[in-house]
Ligand binder design. Structure first.
Ligand code: ATP
Length: 379
């Protein structure tokens, strides 16, 4: 069985035509004065999905989340949850909770009181509250910290209290706006896995807003890449990375090489492309292109092989010179300046400690890649 990326996904309701959507944004427009923050956006999220909204600052992701929570109403269009139109329903009546950052904890209350706060307000009987709080403390592994105040906790622990508090009322959907923004890199990474475990254990639907691509790739079942109030692509992390549908998405996530060119000749499975400077390459996956069409071939650095001699069996091999080399420990990154002037970035995993055929600055070098190593983009 083949799959994009190396992970098999057993949970994939978006591929099932009979699966019922859980959250639906239907042609949603949000204007602030004459500024359009969300532009005719449609999007479907499934129950139990871990969904990430990823985009640069100001692209409208928080606005989308705030409309789902009920803090803002769309200017036009509908938002449905489990088939119900949410228009006019106040935030506290929606089965949705928003997790705010750790500093939103009550400083004068202990951890357990912080977690119990919403339940008390709701009028839950005291014995039930006690049981629920104990369950939440176990879930976020803070049993020993129940009597501490927020200032006696680390940043990561405070974040977990905030999380426990926001899921204590058992919302159906948890919205997280840059949930790990206040944590340092190492703690962020640990907490990402904790969040995924928690979401699995509770069986909730998570919608997380982030501008950190690695975070979205790690945690999400699917990612929506946003730009200027519009969704550019919705797909699994592996599809976003391996099969972007536009230059914007290819550039937004990870590093990428772009070969500009024209379709020169189409065969059954392969397409020959003439680059802007005459170089010829042969690629697969160019289904929707016509002869003579302007296209760009996008290929990730790790799909490109660098060698001192022309590989005998390579379909695509281009010659140039080593312009830069960076040794990063786990891998080495090469910048190769091709003879036609184009700069190519290639990376090689340092799977062994010793290299047989090392390259250095100004060496002649060949870059080679398979016809199926990249994607052809028309927009
Ligand atoms: P960030 O990552 O910086 O939070 P974002 O993608 O979440 O960015 P939003 O907060 O959704 O962006 O904002 C989208 C756009 O709408 C921005 O240009 C912002 O200035 C504008 N905007 C948001 N709220 C309001 C408001 N209440 N009044 C006017 N403009 C607003």
């Amino acid at each position: 069985m083949k799959s994009l990326g190396s992970i098999r996904r057993d949970f994939a309701p978006w591929n099932d035509p009979n699966a019922k959507p859980y959250i639906q944004f239907d042609k949603v427009i949000k204007k602030f004065g004459d500024f359009t923050a969300v532009n005719n956006l449609s999007l479907t999220i499934f129950e139990r999905e871990f969904f990430a909204l990823l985009g640069a600052s100001g692209c409208g992701k928080s606005t989308l989340l705030r409309m789902l929570a009920g803090f803002e109403e769309p200017t036009a269009g509908r938002i449905l949850l489990d088939g119900q139109d949410l228009r006019g329903i106040p935030p506290y009546k929606r089965p949705v909770n928003m997790m705010f950052q750790s500093y939103a904890l009550f400083p004068h209350m202990t951890v357990e009181k912080n977690i119990a706060f919403g339940l008390k307000q709701e009028g839950m009987p005291a014995p039930d509250i006690e049981k629920r709080v104990a369950e939440m403390l176990r879930l976020v592994k803070l049993e020993q910290f129940a009597k501490r105040k927020p200032h006696q906790l680390s940043g990561g622990q405070r974040q977990r209290v905030a999380l426990a508090r926001s899921v204590a009322k058992r919302p159906k959907v948890l919205l997280l706006d840059e949930p790990l923004g206040a944590l340092d890199k190492k703690l962020r990474e640990e907490t990402q896995f904790e969040l995924m475990d928690l979401q699995q254990e509770l069986g909730l639907t998570f919608v997380v807003v982030t501008h950190d691509q690695e975070e979205a790739m790690t945690m999400a079942d699917r990612i929506a890449i946003m730009d200027k109030g519009e969704v550019m692509q919705v797909a699994t992390p592996a599809e976003i990375y391996e099969a972007p549908t536009s230059r914007f998405v290819a550039h937004f996530v990870g590093n990428v090489n772009m070969f500009e060119g024209k379709v020169a000749e189409r065969a059954a499975n392969t397409t020959r492309i003439t680059g802007a400077t005459g170089a010829q390459i042969v690629v697969e996956n160019a289904a929707e292109t016509a002869n003579g069409a302007d296209i760009v071939f996008a290929i990730r650095p790790e799909k490109i092989k660098v060698s001192s001699k022309k590989p005998a069996d390579a379909v695509n091999a281009l010659e140039g010179e080593v312009y830069d080399v960076a040794y990063l420990g786990d891998m080495t990154v090469y910048h190769i300046k091709l003879d036609d002037g184009q700069m190519v970035r290639a990376s090689a995993l340092n799977a062994s400690r010793v290299t047989e055929d090392p390259l250095t600055w100004n060496d002649r070098a060949w870059v080679s890649f398979r016809p199926d190593a990249g994607v052809v983009l028309t927009r």
